[in-house]
Every structure is written in C-alpha cells, then in structure tokens.
Design a protein around this ligand. Structure first.
Ligand SMILES: [Zn+2]
Length: 130
C-alpha cells in the first residue's frame, strides 16, 4: 500500500508546488523547507506555471525499459516564468528539435508502469508550444 506520504507528495507534484526563499528569492522545485542557496528557512509555497522554456536538453538513447517512451527521447531542464526548474521528458516532437529556448507546456501524463504490478505513475512532460 502506498503510504500517506506518497499520496501527499503526489498531490504536491501534480500542483507543481515549489518554494520561494524570502531571503534570496531562490525558487526550488520540488518545494523544500530549507533554501539550498542561503540555508534560510523562511520559505513560501508557490505553484509554478504549467509552461516554461528549455534551459538544457539531452537525448537519451537507451532508456529504462519501464518508461512508456521508446528511446531515443529528449530530457530537458525547463525553467518556468517563476524561476523554478524541473527535469522533464519532452514529447510530441523529434528529440533533436528540443533545444535551449524552446517553449513547452507542462502536461500531466503517464510516465511509466511499475513492473508487473501494473501501478501507473504520472508526472509532467514537456510538449512544445506552437
Ligand atoms: Zn535563500
């Protein structure tokens, strides 16, 4: 049985819940209770926009077999307008088209199946805009 913590974190992930440090304005995702930049503990919760721009990307040629995407596929660090960064798989385009500056929307989609148990895991994926 998944623990209550699992469900709570799952809900936080769905909302793209990040934290902004009131000391140095650093935005961290997932949300943390201590700022990784200044070690401050005065943080506020903030929900990231469901869109962003690719900062860096890489093409994965051999992926874990449980992922729903066949390799090769693109993984990218996407920065939202709030300054939060997250690593997502970018889909619905050629992996080579995923370059810094590409605008993507963040959509909640199926990521993988847990082995033979059939548990479905969802997470955000980047989809090029326009
Ligand atoms: Zn800070």
């Amino acid at each position: 049985m998944p623990s209550p913590r699992y469900w709570r974190e799952r809900a936080n992930r769905f909302r793209l819940e990040a934290a902004r440090c009131k000391g140095c304005d650093r935005v961290t995702y997932p949300a943390r209770t201590i700022c990784p930049s200044c070690r401050g503990t005065d943080l506020e919760t903030l929900n990231l926009s469901r869109k962003g721009k690719v900062v860096t990307s890489t093409v994965v040629h051999v992926g874990p077999s449980e992922f729903t995407m066949e390799a090769p596929y693109a993984m990218a660090v996407v920065e939202t307008p709030e300054g939060g960064r997250l690593m997502v798989q970018v889909v619905d385009c050629e992996p080579s088209d995923v370059q810094p500056g590409l605008e993507v929307s963040l959509e909640f989609r199926l990521i993988r199946r847990e082995g033979h148990s059939g548990i479905l895991c969802y997470g955000h994926k980047g989809v090029p805009v326009g």
